[in-house]
Design a protein around this ligand. Structure first.
Ligand code: GLU
Length: 424
């Protein structure tokens, strides 16, 4: 089935399948191959009880989906959010397959999550939920099979509990079972900031190709979690002018620049909100207004489905760099392209996280750890050369950057499938 631009409110799965189908069409894949790649390889749904602090039992729903494992063990994050459902996880697992293929990582794609707002849980409840969920999905995971990582609502502490739970079930420590762990147990230096850093490297490469400099370029960032705040810091340190940032509650904007990004990060960490002292009245804007600011670079680094058929026309940014997974829906792509806005798609723009996850896994398997400088240098080389391949593909065969990235990614998975053949 081919989804078209009439799907204004398409959900994440429809969007993911729509992007895939467009690539499949261009690659002239036969129906069998299309059906194989449009569906998940295996899916696990679990409902499990957690003892809450007040003594009651609460049942939670969780998922782990393996979209495709043709190119290697599967890789992808675990998300804790109230929006988690099977279709969202399926979509995000599919994106991971393409992301790993576009970056030449020897992985297939997976994703998982629990439908929960982690901010509503005590530390003890969060640990019990995490350990029970980890044990429920234990049969799916392992260093040669499926290596989860952090995603929205999870972090290094959650990965530590999961790695410990998995290790207890094996009877020995298995550091390579999860990535994004604390460095004390085999985590990699540079992993925490890797997604934001990768976004910067890709944008830098895009600017270089355009013959432009990032010095003074205006940047608006939606989302001030790990990805958004790291990107803000790195862009600002490189001389770009970060004029607006937002969290889930509010957005702040100063057309002349927000100034000290570290102070904003500190305020968010300490007071739980973006600072407003140095702003003028009117500098508080809504998230919707942030998306429509007249900036050079817009980085949606919060949720999926932010730029849709309904608001794409209002976007004035010259370039959108997808920090989140799926922030621009299928129906918005054509509108943005028509308006001359370049979109650097998620599967390359935010691949820095999984690239450094790969480095972490390699280090854990070898029990040999690299220095941060080495990690950042390898990340830069890998993500920039992957992006270069995408732009070369676009030059040769046309379409948007997303079309080009999907053609490369899907083509690589198809090639691997054909080389392996179909069992039996
Ligand atoms: N959750 C991240 C992503 O969406 C990282 C996945 C990983 O490192 O495995 O790309």
């Amino acid at each position: 089935m081919i989804h078209t631009a009439t799907h204004v409110e398409a959900g994440p799965l429809e969007c993911a399948v729509c992007h895939f189908e467009q690539a499949a069409e261009r690659l002239q894949l036969d129906d069998g191959m299309r059906a194989m790649l449009a569906n998940s390889r295996r899916e696990l749904s679990v409902s499990f009880p957690v003892k809450m602090d007040d003594g009651s039992l609460q049942v939670f729903h969780g998922y782990r989906v393996h979209h495709n494992d043709t190119r290697g063990p599967v890789k992808g994050g675990l998300r804790y959010s109230l929006a988690v459902n099977l279709d969202e996880v399926r979509a995000l697992a599919m994106l991971m397959t393409w992301k790993c293929a576009v970056a030449h990582l020897p992985y297939g794609g997976a994703k998982g999550g629990v439908t929960v707002d982690p901010r509503g849980l005590s530390e003890g409840e969060l640990e019990r939920l995490t350990r029970r969920f980890g044990s429920e999905i234990g049969s799916f995971i392992g260093p040669e099979r499926d290596i989860p990582a952090p995603d929205m609502g999870t972090n290094d502490r959650v990965m530590a509990w999961l790695m410990d739970t998995y290790s207890m079930s094996q009877g020995y420590s298995v550091p390579a079972s999860f990535t994004g762990k604390p460095t004390s147990i085999g985590g990699s230096v540079g992993r925490a900031g890797a997604t934001g850093r990768g976004i910067f490297f890709v944008t830098q490469e895009a600017y270089k190709q355009l013959g432009l400099s990032l010095e003074g370029a205006t940047v608006a960032i939606q989302g001030f979690g790990n990805v958004g705040s790291t990107a803000a810091r790195i862009f600002s340190a490189a001389g770009a002018n970060v004029v607006a940032v937002s969290d889930s509650a509010e957005a702040i904007y100063d057309p002349s620049g927000l100034g000290d990004i570290d102070a904003i990060v500190a305020s968010k960490r300490e007071a739980g909100r973006l600072p407003s002292e140095h702003l003028h009245p009117g500098d508080h804007i809504t998230n919707a207004e942030l998306l429509a600011l007249p900036v050079d670079i817009l980085i949606p680094a919060a949720l999926e489905g932010q730029i849709t058929g309904a608001n794409a026309d209002a976007v004035k940014a010259k370039m959108i760099v997808e920090g989140a997974n799926g922030p621009v829906v299928c129906s918005a792509d054509a509108i943005l392209e028509g308006n001359g806005t370049a979109v650097i798609p998620d599967i390359i723009a935010n691949a820095g996280g999984v690239i450094v996850s790969y480095f972490e896994w390699v280090q854990d398997l070898q029990s040999f750890f690299w220095e941060e400088e080495n990690i950042n240098r390898r990340l830069e080389r890998m993500i920039k050369s992957a992006f270069l391949e995408v732009t070369e593909e676009q030059e040769q065969n046309g379409g948007s950057l997303r079309d080009a990235a999907y053609r490369l990614a899907v083509g690589r998975v198809v090639e691997a499938t054909e080389d392996r053949g179909i069992f039996p």
